[in-house]
Design a protein around this ligand. Structure first.
Ligand SMILES: Cc1cc2nc3c(=O)[nH]c(=O)nc-3n(C[C@H](O)[C@H](O)[C@H](O)COP(=O)(O)O)c2cc1C
Length: 171
């Protein structure tokens, strides 16, 4: 029987939503079927064998609703394959140092689940998509502006993930 896959994401400015849909489309292209849902709409993850969760980083932490989702579903997730992805502006320069920084920010999250693969992606900071308060905060904390999402990198990660999720082929 096919495994049931949920891809769920949190997003405030829409860029993680774009990343989530690109990952979803690539997984489908690789032959998998899945449900894509906005994280706050997901109430029950029990029917799924695989749960892929993505969210951006804000103020040095994975988005609070995503972190809370992991905390609430932590026990159920222990019996499933889990993959995570992170979208942030630290990776607008994708260097080993910046990747290490992001993994550092993700430690409280990674401590909650056994992620079979964790995608780290540059995001987008589009001030017009943000409410005044967040726009101001982003400016004060020097979050770079622009769209740095690299869909080649995102799709390549999705292909790697698909290869881990595909049932073994019998020759
Ligand atoms: C208020 C604010 C704080 C942010 N803080 C961080 C941060 O601490 N580290 C980081 O790498 N990116 C930070 N970012 C950048 C976001 O992670 C990036 O813009 C991401 O693509 C937003 O995703 P979304 O459009 O799905 O909400 C911040 C963005 C905003 C608006």
């Amino acid at each position: 029987m096919d495994q049931k896959i949920l891809l769920t994401y949190a997003s405030r400015g829409g860029s993680t939503q774009g990343v989530a849909h690109a990952i979803g489309a690539e997984l489908v292209k690789q032959g998998l079927t899945l449900d894509i849902r906005y994280l706050l709409d997901v109430k029950d993850i029990k029917p799924y064998d695989v749960v892929i969760i993505g969210a951006p980083i804000r103020m040095g932490h994975w988005l609070s609703e995503a972190q809370q989702f992991l905390t609430v579903h932590q026990n159920v997730l222990k019996n499933k394959k889990v993959a995570l992805f992170v979208v942030c502006m630290t990776l607008h320069e994708d260097t080993p140092e910046n990747r290490a920084k992001v993994l550092g920010m993700m430690q409280p999250t990674l401590a909650l689940v056994d992620s079979i693969d964790t995608g780290l992606f540059a995001g987008a900071m589009r001030p017009t998509k943000l409410k005044f308060f967040w726009r101001l905060l982003a400016r004060i904390t020097h979050v770079p502006e622009g769209d740095f999402r690299d869909y080649e990198i995102i799709r390549a990660w999705a292909r790697g993930l698909a290869s881990k999720l595909m049932p073994p082929t019998h020759l």
